[in-house]
Design a protein around this ligand. Structure first.
Ligand code: DQA
Length: 161
């Protein structure tokens, strides 16, 4: 089970940036907690952050055939990037969208997520804990996909008898 965590612009500044909105936790600390949870669940996990839209698109594309799940906080690009939405849609890998803040409660321009229609689910407003929730949800989704594949394999074997 391989999960890739993709972080968008300015998230490298967590812990420094607008602490009254985004809190005190640094991105590395969030990732360290996720790595520990991934280990407990026998999942491989990889982390990527970029402030550049094209690099985020590249990283999503690189997941094709390699990653089983993507957890993404595309930050400000959530509200503007058709390119990121198209990349998620193109790779067809289960993806969970995370936002530290409740984007629906903030300025109007943050209410719309262009990626929401192409992801499995969205976790907003839970702060850093949202990443943990996303990881647990992803582990569950991937287990369910595995179970479906196993059932299909068994049914095929039976049918061949
Ligand atoms: C964010 C919300 C975005 O609107 C904002 O541009 C961010 C962070 C969040 O995690 O709450 O950079 O994605």
């Amino acid at each position: 089970m391989k999960i890739v965590v993709i972080q968008g612009p300015n998230l490298n500044m967590l812990g420094v940036r607008e602490q009254h909105i985004y809190g005190h936790m640094k991105l590395d600390d969030i990732h360290a907690q996720m790595a520990a949870t991934a280990k407990q669940n026998n999942a491989e996990i990889d982390f990527f952050q970029s402030n550049l839209e094209g690099e985020l698109v590249d990283r999503i594309q690189e997941c094709l055939g390699v990653a089983d799940g993507i957890i993404i906080n595309s930050a400000a690009y959530t509200h503007t990037s058709i390119a990121i939405r198209d990349a998620i849609s193109a790779v067809k890998i289960p993806t969970i969208e995370v936002h530290l803040t409740n984007i629906h409660q903030r300025e109007e321009f943050r209410h719309k997520s262009l990626i929401a229609p192409v992801v499995s689910g969205q976790i907003v407003g839970m702060g850093p804990f949202g990443y943990h929730l996303a990881l647990m949800a992803m582990v569950q989704i991937l287990k369910e996909i595995e179970a479906i594949k196993d059932t299909q394999k068994k049914a095929l074997k039976e049918a061949k008898k």
